[in-house]
Design a protein around this ligand. Structure first.
Ligand SMILES: [Zn+2]
Length: 348
């Protein structure tokens, strides 16, 4: 998760390094403050995975930053390569949570009922991303139909920034497509090593080379629960049953409580095969998408968004890598804690 935070940090147009944050007494998050375009952003990361941890972190963030508008959850995901349906998800691609097939964009697939002599019945539905964000996502999606996205450009900018303070920049570069290995669902990883060097390459799924060797952004439902899926057969079955594009392990803790959009970088295929080579590159791709998205949102479009549509629940807790905030527009006497913070004072 530190990798995701580092990538998001590199996307900042300006970092407010000297800001002193007056944390809420219960807030244990660590923050990075900055600006992307016209939006002020707060970045944080989780120290462990899970839907509850994400919920807890978001609650604490809101306690300290009461003027938060929405959350962009940027993190890793396991792709579901649905070649039959044309959803050719590959390593390094991005998945954005958007409603599809009657679902709201994120599906908590472990929520339901165990009934005697019957299959597990899933129940309940999570909230949709806020309408304002869905409109912007659709606008961006439309733009990308007619021309290339700006991801490649942003990646180059980000790598040049990384050169200033890391020697790991080569790990963030796009790998050759020959290192994107998708095995037949029934073929399991050889346990001898942490790589697929010993795995039978005859079991690879044949995929056509993309005309342009660059990441693609997919839109649709994301399946979420706290446990990781490492089973290709289960992956494919759930993919068909739920109409999902990828799996992840945090978002379900946020969707019903906060105004939130989930962005996932694909760095594995939710199977038994091990491959961590793509994570850094995939992380940059997702962070650049978040940056491009924020760049499409006028400040006026966020005025009607409140992070917590309802009152703060006291019995829930979890995640985020990035959240958009604004200068407090409310009069200072209505939000004393906000204007007390040096971050806001220095931003005016
Ligand atoms: Zn393998």
């Amino acid at each position: 998760m530190h990798i995701e935070l580092a990538a998001s940090k590199a996307m900042l147009d300006k970092e407010y390094k000297d800001s002193k944050i007056r944390l809420h007494p219960l807030d244990t998050n660590q923050y990075c403050l900055g600006r992307i375009g016209v939006h002020k952003v707060v970045l944080t990361s989780l120290i462990s995975a899970g839907t509850n941890q994400a919920n807890s972190a978001a609650i604490h963030m809101y306690e300290t930053f009461r003027n938060l508008r929405f959350i962009l959850m940027v993190d890793i995901g396991g792709g579901i390569p649905c070649l039959d349906t044309g959803e050719d998800v590959r390593l390094g691609d991005v998945v954005v949570s958007m409603p599809s097939g009657g679902y709201g964009g994120v599906i908590q697939y472990d929520s339901g009922k165990f009934l005697q002599n019957r299959d597990f019945q899933r129940t309940g539905a999570l909230s949709l991303p806020p309408k304002q964000l869905r409109k912007v996502v659709n606008h961006l999606r439309t733009n990308h139909e007619g021309k290339d996205n700006c991801i490649t450009k942003h990646i180059e900018e980000m790598l040049s920034k990384f050169l200033e303070y890391t020697e790991k920049e080569s790990n963030y570069s796009r790998l050759d497509s020959a290192q994107d290995l998708l095995f037949n669902a029934k073929y399991m990883h050889k346990e001898e090593g942490d790589t697929c060097a010993s795995c039978d390459k005859k079991q690879l799924v044949h995929r056509f080379d993309r005309p342009k060797d660059k990441p693609i952004i997919h839109y649709g439902n994301i399946a979420s629960r706290s446990d990781v899926i490492r089973d290709a057969l289960k992956r494919d079955q759930l993919g068909k049953d739920l109409d999902v594009v990828c799996f992840e392990i945090k978002a379900a803790g946020l969707m019903d409580e906060f105004q939130c959009l989930v962005i996932r970088e694909i760095c594995d295929y939710s199977n038994s095969h091990k491959n961590k080579k793509w994570q850094r590159y995939a992380t940059i791709v997702a962070a650049t998408y978040a940056k491009e998205l924020l760049g499409q949102i006028p400040r006026s479009n966020t005025e009607g968004i409140s992070l917590y549509p309802d009152s703060i629940p006291v019995d829930t807790c979890c995640t985020l890598q990035e959240a958009s905030i604004h200068k407090p527009d409310t009069p200072s006497h209505l939000s004393p804690r906000l204007v007390d913070q040096q971050f806001y004072a220095s931003a005016r």
